[in-house]
Write a protein that binds this ligand. Structure first.
Ligand SMILES: NC(=O)N[C@@H](CC(=O)O)C(=O)O
Ligand SMILES: [Zn+2]
Ligand SMILES: [Zn+2]
Length: 438
């Protein structure tokens, strides 16, 4: 029997955790011993004196989820979310790493700001916070930001995005793609041709006509994706498409992948579940960018996710303060919460296809972001970043119970499958018994 003790002096060995009888994706129930930050042992009937025991009966162990698209709002809008509150929401949602978008105030367009966000993430210690850097100064779309300085900073930025805005100028987009090649970086594009979405309030289609709201046509997204995959092919760089939302975008992507373009794409949980019919309530909680689309788009997105044309699920967790959301539709900010409900929505959409879920929500996003400690199935020596899910549990979403500082979840009152029971970051629990540890 191996002995794992908590150790006498403070700062000495952290307690080990023995997870008993848990289902690891693709395998029979087993025990997992987490010690020294890694999965120390995997096997039946492990005995470890001194370890704290977690009952894994009926639970599934997934590699800790990785979100490539999170808005944490710090610095600047700490009333809507902070790095700490967003990290807690992430841990409760089963995440062990999130990539923080650059549309903060000030914008994360310098080494100083990305290092600040990175440091705040370390201090919170609930998930690994990997800052994303802005592509252009102030997200203004005019001059390239200091991409190299952000890459060389302590935050080691590899993903750059003007998310919230599209890098609409094709020459700037080309230069950004060329620039990040030197350090295998990737440009994550918010695909929205701004001239085609002026004044847009929701998806352009039957429902927008009926409601009399200005439409955001699918082609505004598809045209930018088509342009960008051609640019990425031309310069041989990596492109990532944020929150892909239309059936036509799937077809553009399919074509690009067939040609061998280095492109990856994400879809959000809300675009996999909700449609533009929700706008008929005029409840701004359903206002989001890109907008909720038709049921035909939803079906195409689901199929593309299963097939692998869409590589990953990313939340686009976009917390907004009450005054920015509880107002008239036209004045409300676009965006919805996602971190605490993503896995449940995916279980609802895909069923218990655990290997697919692990691939789309952990392994592939970790690979795209270059987060080598994440997205790995529990095996001896692997960093112990994992989450335990109870697939039999069902829960009704209550906005007031979200750990996020904001309340703008589009799933209020909806009963969804699955519950995150525990999350471990480098062998230490951030969530136990469904509750945040700190
Ligand atoms: N998705 C949204 O509707 N809003 C995002 C920006 C973005 O992702 O484009 C936000 O920052 O609020
Ligand atoms: Zn966006
Ligand atoms: Zn976003």
């Amino acid at each position: 029997m191996t002995e794992y003790t908590a150790g006498g002096d403070p700062g000495a060995a952290k307690p080990a955790y023995l997870i008993r009888g848990v289902r690891v994706v693709g395998a029979a129930p087993t025990d997992l011993l987490l010690a020294g930050g890694v999965v120390a042992e995997v096997g039946r009937d492990l005995a470890a004196r001194g370890a704290r025991v977690v009952d894994g009966d009926g639970l599934v162990a997934l590699p800790g989820l990785v979100d490539l698209h999170t808005h944490l709002r710090e610095p600047g809008r700490e009333d809507a979310e902070t790095v700490e509150s967003g990290s807690r929401a992430a841990a409760l949602g089963g995440y062990t790493a999130v990539c923080a978008m650059a549309n903060t105030s000030p914008v994360a367009d310098t080494a100083g700001v990305v290092e600040q966000v990175w440091r705040l993430g370390r201090e919170a210690g609930l998930v690994d916070v990997q800052p994303i850097g802005a592509v252009t100064v102030g997200l203004a779309g005019e001059r390239l930001a200091e991409l190299g300085a952000m890459a060389d900073s302590a935050a080691r930025v590899r993903i750059f995005s003007d998310d919230g805005h599209c890098v609409a100028d094709p020459k700037l987009m080309r230069r950004a793609l060329e620039y990040v090649k030197a350090f295998d970086g990737v440009i994550a594009q918010h695909a929205e041709e701004p001239r085609l979405t002026e004044g847009a309030q929701m998806h352009e289609g039957e429902v927008s006509t009926r409601l009399g709201l200005t439409g955001w046509p699918a082609v505004a997204e598809e045209a930018i994706i088509a342009r960008d995959v051609l640019l990425a092919e031309h310069v041989g760089s990596r492109l990532h498409v944020c929150h892909l939302s239309t059936a036509g975008s799937v077809e553009v992507l399919r074509h690009a992948k067939k040609r061998g373009v280095r492109v990856t794409a994400e879809v959000t949980p809300h675009h996999l579940l909700l449609t533009d019919e929700r706008a008929a309530s005029y409840d701004p909680v359903f206002k989001v960018n890109p907008p909720l689309r038709t049921s035909a788009d939803v079906s195409a997105l689901r199929e593309a996710l299963v097939e692998g044309i869409i590589d990953i699920v990313a939340t686009d967790h976009a917390p907004h303060a009450l005054e920015d959301k509880e107002c008239e539709w036209a004045y409300a900010r676009p965006g919805m919460l996602g971190l605490e409900t993503a896995l449940s929505v995916l279980l609802d959409v895909l069923g218990e296809r655990w290997d697919l879920i692990a691939e789309r929500m952990s392994r592939t996003p970790a690979r795209i972001a270059g987060l080598v400690e994440h997205g790995r199935n529990p095996a001896p020596g692997v960093p112990a970043n994992l989450t335990l899910v109870d697939p039999a549990a069902r829960r009704t979403v209550d906005p007031s119970e979200q750990a996020s500082r904001s309340r703008n979840t589009p799933y209020a009152g909806l009963t969804l499958p699955g519950r995150i029971v525990a999350t471990f970051l480098r062998g230490e629990p951030t969530v136990l018994d469904g509750k945040a540890v700190k």
